[in-house]
Every structure is written in structure tokens, then in C-alpha cells.
Design a protein around this ligand. Structure first.
Ligand code: EPU
Length: 417
């Protein structure tokens, strides 16, 4: 078990280079098995979630080699075996093997996926999509057997614009016979990144990034070279830390357009931002104004930044509100922020924050990945040394967080307990 020790009160200055997107990479790695030849994916972050997916590739006898930021994957000897509950449960994205194995071999057997405990996280829309394509789904004590004689293109309307379901259906449909149309598809940049990868392999996917995605099935997918987009959530998290204690902190290697909702909220409360084409320089401003956010699907305010943004709202003068509309259990960081001195009440899916309040170091728990980012943000400005446990959650999504923050002036250490 690891613990983070952060002594607050230091300015952050210098450059943080943003890694490749976690939520793209965790779909691209399973998607790679759809190819008949070797694929190279570069700018893959070294985080525990991508490590676990490579363990699953090894288990399926898929050659994979990591060389600095790239992964080379060759699925030619793949054995389509049942993926155990131990593997399936290690992360949410294990479920992309459902779509990829179904798409390639017409059969996938695995268990309900794991992931952060931020809600019940059903997968009914994924299964509805597989069934529409002609697969039969059998569920036996958490084990999902998804099988088809031949997948056939279909029109699929998603009841919710789910990121996971959109990607999983694309993976299953790229080799299906005929045309598939996904309506009410999710529009997140990660979806576009996955569709580009599939097209680089020879798939025919159009409309990714809009709510209607069209896929014409092809017989074979070939090897390719593909680059992961920068992680907009990692970038947003460091922008928020810069707003809390930055002094010309440069957040580099980003696509600013992917962060528009956050940028407009930061500007609204009074954060100083200097925009570049692939970077933003952020400095702490004076007398931040309160504001309200409501999480929404892209391009709305991302739920994954709601938790760290709440920490920033504790430093705004007056009453702010946060409405969480995507996940029913994404306020687990709030009791810890309150212990550190924040004034926050939660009713139903709304948190009301009264600021600004001085924060003091405490022993806190990273209950999930982004709660962890919220607590790291709080620790950076708190008086004293904060101890954060359950750091494993943070390491699932933030590559080299200790090194990145230390290099810009934070006092942060990781140690085993
Ligand atoms: N939903 C259903 N049925 C489904 C699928 C989803 O009702 O079959 C609901 C969910 O319960 C939720 C909403 O639809 O209320 C959105 O879920 P979505 O499927 O879009 O989420 P996801 O694919 O499981 C991804 C990211 C999450 C991020 C969400 C929303 C990955 C691996 N995870 O999850 O990222 O919060 O999209 O943007 O891509 C994180 O990085 O911290 C994280 C949790």
C-alpha cells in the first residue's frame, strides 16, 4: 500500500507535460486485437490501468511490447479464452475486450468489469448494442457469454450517450456484415480517437464526435501506427492545481479545445490564463468569485473534473454549487474536504460550497481516482502535511504524479506503508 505525503503552501512554477489520455488508451489497447497484423500505439501513459490491460493481452497470448511511451501489439497468436473475474474486475475498461473479441471472433466470455465505486455503472446499453448486432447474451453469476453466428449491422439508439457503450458497439460493429448506425452516441474526444484508430486499421467509421456514428463492416483490419490524444482530464486537474497555487505554471502538450468548459469556468471565477496553441499558462488570481457547475456529457463540464474543481470552489468567495448528473456516488471526497476546513453540504446530487476557507492538513483517503485528484489539490494549499492513503486509485490515472508535481515545486513524496 502506498501513501502520499504533501506539504502545502508552495507555489507551482515551471512546466508539466501532459501524458496520453487514459480513457483513450484503455480502449485502444483492447481494440488493437481486431487487427490481423502488428499495431503501434504511441503516447500511451504508464499507469496501472494500461499495465493491467497488457496483463490481459499476455493472458490471451497477444504479443505486446512497451518501449517508453509506445506499445507494439501483435495479435496473430491470440487465443480467445474466458477472461477471469480477477482480471475483469481490475478495471472498468476490461469490458472493451467484450466488443473487441466479439467483433473479431463472434464470441467473448468475461465477467462484470470493475472500476471506481462512483455509481452502479450498468452495462445494459453495451449489451443492447451487441444484441442488436445479432449476438446472444447469457449471464450466469456475473459471467457474460456473448456469442453470434454472424454479426449483422443494425440501427442502435442509445438510451444514454454512454462513452463505454459507444466504443464497445463500434468495436463489435467494424467487422459486422453491412451498416451499423449508432444514434445518441457519446461525442467525447476519446471516441474520435478510437474511431481514427479503427479507420487507420482499415475500418469504415464516420460521424465520430457527433451523435450519429455510421459504420460499414469490413472483412479485415490491418496493422497501423496511431497516436493517443493528450489526456484532457489530467490537463484539467493540473490547470485546477495551477489555479490554486500556480505562478506561471505551463500545462504543456494539450488540445485546449478539449477543455473549453473548464477554461470558461476558470476565467469566470478570475483565474489568470495565457492560452497557447498546445499549452496554457495558469497563475493563481486574487479574490476568486463563486460559481456553479453542472456535469454533463461532452462538451459539457466533465464529471471527471467535478471533484478537483470542488476543491477550487472552496477558495472562491461566496456560495457555489456543483450538480453531478452522471454518477450517483461522486461526492466521496466532500467529507474529507470538510475535515480539512471546507464548508460544504450535499443534498441529493448537489453540493453547496461556501467559501473561501483556509484548509488544514489531515489524514484523508482517496476513495476513487478523481477524489484523489481533489485531495491532492487541497493538500497543495493546506497548512501542514496531508497524508493521503489509497493512493493506488490515483496511480490508475495520473502518470508520474509525484515526479510531475515535484518538478514544479510541490513538496510531495510517495512511500510504502
Ligand atoms: N450508463 C447506463 N448504461 C450503460 C452505460 C452507461 O445507464 O450501459 C450510464 C451510467 O450509469 C452513467 C452514464 O450512463 O450514468 C454515463 O456512463 P458512461 O458509459 O458514459 O461511462 P463509462 O464509459 O463507464 C467513461 C470514463 C469515465 C467517465 C465517463 C463519463 C472510461 C474508462 N471511463 O466511463 O471516467 O466518468 O465515461 O465521461 O473511459 C475517470 O476517468 O475517472 C472515469 C470514471
Amino acid at each position: 500500500m502506498k501513501l502520499l505525503e504533501i506539504t502545502g503552501g508552495n507555489q507551482l512554477t515551471g512546466t508539466i507535460r501532459i501524458s496520453g489520455s487514459k480513457n483513450s488508451s484503455v480502449a485502444l489497447i483492447p481494440a488493437a486485437i481486431l487487427s490481423d497484423d502488428e499495431v503501434t500505439i504511441c503516447n500511451v501513459p504508464e499507469i496501472s490501468d494500461t499495465d493491467v490491460l497488457c496483463d490481459i493481452l499476455n493472458y490471451l497470448n497477444v504479443e505486446n511490447k512497451r518501449a517508453s511511451e509506445s506499445i507494439v501489439i501483435n495479435p496473430k497468436n491470440l487465443e480467445n479464452k474466458e477472461i477471469s473475474e480477477t482480471y475483469s474486475k481490475k478495471l472498468r475498461a476490461s469490458y472493451y475486450f467484450m466488443g473487441a473479441l466479439l467483433g473479431k471472433y463472434n464470441k467473448a466470455v468475461m465477467f462484470f468489469p470493475g472500476g471506481c465505486p462512483i455509481g452502479t455503472r450498468p452495462i445494459d446499453q453495451h449489451l443492447k448494442g451487441f444484441e442488436a448486432l445479432g449476438a446472444k447474451v447469457t449471464i450466469e453469476k456475473n459471467k457474460y457469454t456473448i456469442e453470434a453466428d454472424q454479426l449483422k449491422g443494425a440501427n442502435i439508439y442509445l438510451d444514454v450517450p454512454s462513452v463505454g457503450a459507444t466504443i464497445n458497439i463500434m468495436l463489435a460493429a467494424v467487422k459486422a456484415e453491412g451498416k451499423t448506425i449508432i444514434e445518441n452516441a457519446a461525442k467525447e474526444p476519446e471516441i474520435v480517437n478510437i474511431a481514427t484508430f479503427l479507420n487507420n486499421m482499415g475500418a469504415k467509421v464516420t460521424g465520430a464526435g457527433t451523435s450519429t456514428i455510421k459504420i460499414t463492416g469490413v472483412k479485415h483490419l490491418k496493422g497501423c501506427f496511431h497516436e493517443v490524444i493528450p489526456d484532457r482530464i489530467e490537463a484539467g486537474s493540473y490547470l485546477i492545481m495551477g489555479a490554486l497555487c500556480g505562478n506561471r505554471l505551463k500545462i504543456d502538450n494539450i488540445i485546449p479545445e478539449h477543455l473549453e468548459s473548464l477554461i470558461s469556468k476558470l476565467t469566470e471565477i478570475g483565474v489568470e490564463l495565457e492560452m497557447g496553441t498546445d499549452y496554457i499558462i495558469v497563475s493563481k488570481g486574487e479574490n476568486y468569485k463563486s460559481t456553479s457547475i453542472k456535469t454533463a456529457v461532452y462538451p459539457g463540464f466533465p464529471t471527471d473534473l467535478q471533484q478537483p474543481f470542488t476543491t477550487l470552489l472552496t477558495q472562491c468567495n461566496g456560495k457555489s454549487k456543483v450538480v453531478e448528473t452522471i454518477w450517483e456516488n461522486r461526492f466521496m471526497h466532500i467529507p474529507y474536504l470538510c475535515e480539512m476546513g471546507a464548508d460544504i453540504t450535499v443534498k441529493n446530487q448537489t453540493a453547496t460550497i461556501i467559501g473561501s476557507n483556509k484548509l488544514t492538513a489531515k489524514e484523508v483517503v482517496a476513495t476513487d481516482l478523481r477524489a484523489g485528484a481533489a485531495l491532492v489539490s487541497a493538500a497543495l494549499i493546506a497548512e501542514g502535511t496531508t497524508l493521503i492513503t489509497n493512493v493506488e486509485h490515483i496511480l490508475r490515472g495520473y502518470e508520474s504524479i509525484v515526479e510531475k508535481l515535484s518538478s514544479v515545486g510541490a513538496k510531495i513524496k510517495s512511500r510504502e506503508i
